[in-house]
Design a protein around this ligand. Sequence first.
Ligand code: 5GP
Ligand code: MN
Length: 349
Amino acid sequence: MTITKSISEEKVAAVKQMIEASRKIVITCHKTPDGDALGSSLGLAAVLAGDNKQVQVITPDTPPKLLKFLPGAENIVIASRYHERAKHLLDNADLVFCMDYNAPMRIDRLEPMLMESGAPRIMIDHHLDPEDFTDVAISSPEESSTCALLYRLLYQMGWSGKIHADAATCIYTGMLTDTGNFSYNSNNPDLYLIIARLLTTGINKDEIYNTVWNTNSVNRLRICGYAIYKRMMLLRDYSLALITLNRSELREFDYVKGDTEGLVNKPLSIPGIVWSVFIREDEDDFVKVSMRSTGDFHVNTICEKLYGGGGHCNAAGGEYHGSIKAAVEKLFGYLPEISAELEKAKEKD
Ligand code: 5GP
Ligand code: MN
């Protein structure tokens, strides 16, 4: 069995030529970066740095602490802290990669810097409906992670030999996090061919699993326990579980970014619950919405419609500028509209 070459050969050749013609390469990923965004960015950086390129990863905001173990994470330029440095790097880049995002608005404060930079852009991403803002778009919504897509691209370029342990750790981490430890979107046999190849570089997948999924601070455990015990509402008529956490609750548990990562998935383990919504009040009048679903029930369209967001069919998010109460009311107001779709999803579940 071999890995399917699903990326067009013209695009593969174009990427190769653009990299070869560049010395200063900037790699960007979406705001509130997750394992896939950081893994694909740092994985690509590790591969290119081995080729004597000057490579710099820039994130719009601070990556979660949990992902600081990724090789190269210590060298990231965080645009929200080092605005001028990020701008200088983008202004002087020969080539910019756009990893794990399909629209410039996903990079927040980096957007004007990216659009003003004269450097050609290459997108590597697996979100639906990519916008036309790059010179070459390697966009593959059927791929479970950008990291798997990155591997495929490097493989088609004939560069899989350039993936050593550091890059492999990053790529494996993104594949792991975007599939919930290979528990969803993970039936493509190619994934396991890729993993087998990554393992030959000497990475320790069990250690990565434990670092990413099995590490909790006391506060993190307590806040998730509290959220499920006290703040989870089940709306059985709509096969929906809703968790909300407001600012004072977050303060009570000394919440730090990343503490509620994965929480939204938990209610899906309840039989009969088809979708799960988590609404968190990050700041006064600013709330973050996360949704997860099973089967054919599309939460990305709901996030787009209600909260100006998007994502994948079964994992999506958005933001609401207003009170947490109003964000919840908006969701409740929408429920009657989706009854029919839910019935269909339940039948299949
Ligand atoms: P999470 O719920 O883990 O924050 O995000 C799940 C997925 O939803 C992300 O991988 C991303 O694809 C998408 N997503 C989350 N927040 C937003 C948002 O504000 N806007 C858009 N367009 N997509 C989002
Ligand atoms: Mn992703």
